[in-house]
Design a protein around this ligand. Sequence first.
Ligand code: 5GP
Length: 117
Amino acid sequence: MSEKTIFGKIIDKEIPANIVYEDDRCLVFHDINPQAPVHVLVIPKKEIPTLNDLEEADDELVGYLVRIASRLAREKFDLEDGYRLVINCGPHAGQTVFHIHIHLLGGRPMGWPPWPG
Ligand code: 5GP
């Protein structure tokens, strides 16, 4: 059994988080280092380290997480001007926590492309 990630500990309530939504399949909480006025993380309770570890059986779960993110963006955070969902995978994308998560960012224009220069 691999060691529990920080998000695994948040799921198990071993460390605190500012939780905005929870059900039997997912947890949503505020990012500790927000990059926008709204920055929450949508995570599955199932341990999946990265996008590369997704299996066909996870297709429905991933769709569910995206739909929860979209619903919260509109119904909880009133992001009627838009928002961005981000999933980082691996070192070039800057993934730091190896429990798959969707960043929901909003409340300011995001800019495109998403890199400096
Ligand atoms: P990644 O870089 O892996 O895509 O995103 C990980 C995110 O988790 C970062 O935005 C980081 O600020 C956030 N994070 C890391 N540790 C904690 C923590 O203990 N609590 C919360 N709420 N967020 C965390």
